[in-house]
Design a protein around this ligand. Structure first.
Ligand SMILES: [Zn+2]
Length: 289
């Protein structure tokens, strides 16, 4: 494992963690390439962050620290109709090319908001969601684990969840204990290099210095995010922020995560759903062992 310093995003520090800005560590696993922040969010912090996810208080607090996070962006994330269509199509394609579409009738989207990403052709559609999101027509909302454990599904969708998880192994193991045949995973695929010209101790001092200058910090954060997503690197004076995503997956890390926790991968590939700033996604289909 190798380590780099990073900064706890000021929005997270205020909204979910209630502590002062902190220098944190990003680690990388030599075996599978997974990059992950060493500080994880406990249950209380995760619940503070996600229970009113993208609600008005979330937006106000986040926008205060991140000028690019506009009200429009807050409203459209996960709801853009073109994107929703592509996501549905992609699931059908991957099932089709692996010859299992005809085995799938009942689908459950774990943490799937309103269930808008479940293809309409499936006869039984469920969403497990703890927020107060109202399900779209044709989707039944499950709000507690008892309801989830009672039912059986042909496939469980886990999209945009694992990158947020403090314990991804625990999450996958939990799903392997449900009555499901298949699992469909979607996580961002954002490989990046860290370019460093300063020794570790200087870099930490530089970060501390920037952390006291809110305007500059915000600009460096924005600049770093663009470099990370577009050039796939963190430049020498860039600062990586620990935000909602705690894990940056690689194909190998998803593969081991599945194999070690009750699933057998059928297909792991990368895909881009849009032409805008959205990152590539890692898409994975697996069968329960
Ligand atoms: Zn690893």
């Amino acid at each position: 494992m190798s380590k780099w310093p990073a900064m706890l995003a000021p929005f997270i520090a205020e909204y979910a963690v209630s502590k002062s800005l902190d220098i944190v560590d990003l680690a990388r696993c030599y075996k599978c390439g997974l990059k992950y922040f060493l500080d994880r969010y406990n249950d209380r912090e995760a619940s503070a962050l996600y229970s009113n996810y993208r609600g008005s208080q979330y937006y106000i607090s986040r926008h205060r620290y991140e000028f690019w996070y506009t009200r429009n962006l807050n409203g459209v994330l996960g709801k853009d109709s073109k994107m929703v269509c592509r996501r549905k199509e992609h699931l059908l394609q991957i099932l089709n090319r692996n010859n299992i579409k005809t085995q799938v009738f009942s689908v459950m989207d774990w943490g799937g908001d309103q269930g808008q990403h479940i293809p309409d052709i499936f006869t039984e559609r469920f969403v497990y969601e703890i927020s107060d999101a109202k399900p779209v027509e044709g989707v039944t909302k499950l709000t507690n684990m008892q309801e989830v454990r009672m039912r059986s599904f042909d496939i469980v969708m886990l999209c945009g969840v694992l990158e947020h998880c403090s314990d991804p192994k625990d999450m996958v193991r939990l799903i392997s204990e449900l009555k499901t045949k298949f699992l469909y995973i979607l996580v961002p695929f954002e490989p990046f290099k860290m370019i460093r010209i300063m020794p570790d101790s200087w870099y930490r001092k530089y970060m501390k210095f920037i952390s006291h200058l809110p305007n500059l910090r915000s600009l460096v954060d924005f600049f770093t995010a663009i470099c990370r997503l577009k050039l796939r690197l963190i430049p020498p004076f860039g600062i990586l922020m620990q935000h909602e995503h705690l894990n940056y997956f690689t194909k190998d890390s998803v593969k081991y995560l599945l194999i070690d926790n009750g699933f057998e991968p059928i297909e792991i590939s990368s895909f881009n759903f849009s032409f805008s700033f959205d990152p590539d996604m890692l898409v994975c289909l697996a069968r329960r062992k």
